[in-house]
Design a binder for this molecule. Structure first.
Ligand code: 13P
Ligand code: SF4
Length: 359
């Protein structure tokens, strides 16, 4: 029963004490979040992994790429544990390392030497990967002078990239790439989308030549479901409603909203509102429900009344959390995530560039 699982988790945590730190992404269900030592967005949780060098184990209640990132940032002696190994991210899977390598080769045929700076000191392309990507992809980016971003620092990271390269190749999320570049004033016609299934990514050589940001074909299956119609409906039903959406939403949705920002941006915006306010939120439903419960002075609802939760985040059932914690109590590390050394070294470089990038 849920009560028994709760009691098992609390009992194991009590025995383990400071030997273990539990990190929970905002999208986790309440039954998991209540046991987390730190709750945050993917940027905050990467920092939390870095800031706990003394814990023997980091139990990451999130998805696979987040646990890989924690492994990259933690000490080699620490084990990072993903309670359910099937908790992946469909968007991260959309940037396959072979396809990205192939894309890079095709771009090199157009742009020439990818390491050679032009008269302004800019190389032809800087690769930028969203945190929501495999360690192999982060390693690719690290080896090619690139950088990682999250939804909370995408603009800062693109500025870093434009200071070093004529163009950016941005993957996997086309929406975060497009929304961020648009907010920085990059015209849409200078953002061709690379479709790995088509020759030359489905773009003409002229489009590739004029590109400022080359987008990848990926998307988040949760956030792409939000629509402008839902925003119109919310505005009609709740005059004065404040609409905030995540930048993984399609461009038309971000444009129709009042604001867009990462999960932590959304949390802070709600908590900073001094007057009782109605908020319509375009992000994963578990977070929206938690924010609604924590802020009863406001009316808070999810833009999509039937939106599913992130189904892969949901795979972190409290039963798995109990199982990995009890494993640690018994001296057994279950579901450890380890990034191989040859991938880890360049991936860490790309992550450290992100952590050092300043607005
Ligand atoms: P943030 O945690 O950066 O807001 O991203 C949301 C998300 O989709 C995580 O997978
Ligand atoms: Fe991946 Fe979207 Fe789920 Fe985030 S919300 S983990 S991007 S599928």
């Amino acid at each position: 029963s849920p009560e028994e699982l709760d009691a098992r988790i609390i009992a194991a945590k009590t025995i383990l004490g400071d030997r273990v730190v539990i990190l929970g992404h905002f999208y986790q269900r309440e039954e998991v979040i209540r046991h987390a030592d730190y709750v945050g967005d993917s940027f905050q949780l990467a920092n939390a992994a870095l800031e706990h060098p003394d814990a023997e184990a980091i139990v990451f209640c999130g998805v696979h790429f987040m646990a890989e990132t924690a492994d990259l940032l933690s000490r080699p002696e620490q084990s990072v544990i993903l309670p359910n190994l099937a908790a992946g991210c469909s968007m991260a899977d959309m940037a396959d390392i072979d396809q990205v390598e192939e894309c890079w080769e095709q771009l090199a045929e157009i742009y020439g030497d990818m390491d050679a700076p032009d008269a302004d000191g800019l190389v032809p392309v800087i690769p930028v990967t969203y945190m929501n990507s495999s360690a192999a992809i982060k390693g690719f980016v690290g080896r090619h002078g690139g950088i990682v971003c999250t939804s909370s620092n995408a603009q800062t990271v693109l500025e870093w990239a434009f200071a070093r390269g004529r163009r950016v190749l941005f993957f996997p999320d086309q929406h975060l790439g497009r929304n961020t570049a648009k907010a920085m004033g990059v015209p849409l016609e200078h953002m061709p989308m690379w479709n790995p299934r088509k020759p030359l990514g489905g773009a003409t050589e002229a489009e590739i030549e004029d590109a400022r940001v080359i987008l990848w074909h990926g998307f988040c299956s949760v956030h792409r479901r939000f629509t402008v119609d839902q925003i119109d409906t919310a505005r009609a039903a709740h005059p004065g409603v404040r609409v905030i959406v995540h930048p993984e939403c399609p461009m038309a949705v971000v444009d129709a909203a009042d604001e867009s920002g990462s999960t932590d941006y959304i949390r802070r915006a709600i908590e900073a509102a001094s007057e009782p306010t109605t908020f319509a939120i375009g992000t994963e439903v578990n977070l929206v429900q938690r924010l609604a419960a924590a802020n009863p002075q406001h009316t808070i609802f999810c833009l999509d009344p039937v939106v599913c939760p992130c189904s892969t985040m949901y795979r972190i059932h409290p039963g798995y959390l109990a199982w990995v914690l009890e494993g640690l109590v018994a001296g057994e590390v279950r579901n450890r995530i380890t990034v191989p050394q040859d991938v880890a070294d360049p991936a860490r470089v790309a992550l450290e560039r992100m952590l050092a990038a300043k607005p």
